[in-house]
Design a protein around this ligand. Structure first.
Ligand code: AMP
Length: 257
């Protein structure tokens, strides 16, 4: 997929009043995926790779909050400001705020190109809201991919992560260091540590994951949608394993029908 055919996800990142530069091509059976996994397992990287391979858009609620955070503070509503404060601390944004944001963008959920949800749903209430909404639109999830990784590895990944303040490319201080320390290889801008990748916030995020998000594994397993993938190896290897697991699930579904 080249830059011209890459969707800028404007309808998702900026809301329903914005139009996407390139609409994904509609297919007979678009992929509608949810990615689960603790913070730091690499859901965002996998969502980008899966977007390239499957065509469906990468829809991250975290990206929407970060886009709002870079707006002028006078453009931010009180609910947005409160959400950004939760985010800085590593805490979950309240369900009502998150659901309002997703419901406003329901065109992306209906989009004929499909979607890859990353970071949503994160609580049972959000999962129920998505399920009810999709049922009312006669849409179904294709699968829910759960990325698994030991806790110690997650902490190493999060604490060493550095992100370019301009192009948002992601590096790691030891695992994927930039050519010049603190500078982005792609655009030369400064690399920063995300506020919520600092040690105090990491602890809050992991606790929120265990308490609120991990129960979704059982929720989706009961619905027969769960596919587990080990998030170890290179990003491309993990993506290959994801596609293999999704193909295996799709062919066993075909055999059942
Ligand atoms: P992420 O980029 O997915 O790690 O999200 C960054 C932060 O945004 C999280 O730590 C939360 O503060 C907030 N956030 C993103 N998605 C959600 C969600 N579905 N529910 C609650 N908070 C969220």
């Amino acid at each position: 997929m080249n830059e011209q055919t890459k969707n800028d996800r404007a309808g998702w990142l900026r809301g329903p009043q914005a139009e996407c530069s390139v609409l994904p091509s509609e297919t007979k059976s678009p992929w509608r995926l949810v990615l689960l996994g603790a913070p730091g397992v690499g859901k965002g990287t996998q969502a980008d790779l899966l977007h390239e391979r499957l065509g469906a858009c990468h829809l991250s609620t975290g990206d929407v909050f970060r886009a709002m955070g870079s707006q002028d503070s006078c453009e931010q509503t009180p609910a947005m400001k409160a959400a950004l404060e939760h985010m800085r601390r590593g805490a979950l944004v309240p369900d009502s705020t998150v659901w309002e944001l997703v419901r406003e963008r329901s065109g992306c959920i209906r989009c004929g190109g499909g979607f890859i949800l990353d970071g949503f749903p994160r609580t049972l209430a959000q999962a129920e809201a998505l399920k009810g909404h999709m049922e009312s639109e006669s849409l179904a999830l294709s699968a829910v991919v759960n990325y698994e990784l030991p806790l110690a590895e997650i902490v190493t990944r999060l604490s060493g992560r550095r992100t370019c303040e301009k192009c948002k490319s992601v590096f790691h201080v030891t695992r994927r260091p930039p050519r010049e320390e603190g500078m982005c290889d792609h655009c030369g801008e400064r690399l920063l540590q995300r506020e919520d990748d600092r040690p105090q916030s990491i602890a809050v995020r992991l606790e929120a994951y265990e308490r609120s998000t991990a129960p979704l594994i059982q929720f989706y397993s009961h619905l027969g949608l769960l596919v587990s993938v080990l998030a170890a190896g290179s990003p491309n290897e993990i993506c290959d394993n994801t596609i293999t697991a999704l193909d295996a699930r799709t062919s066993s579904e075909d055999r059942l029908h």
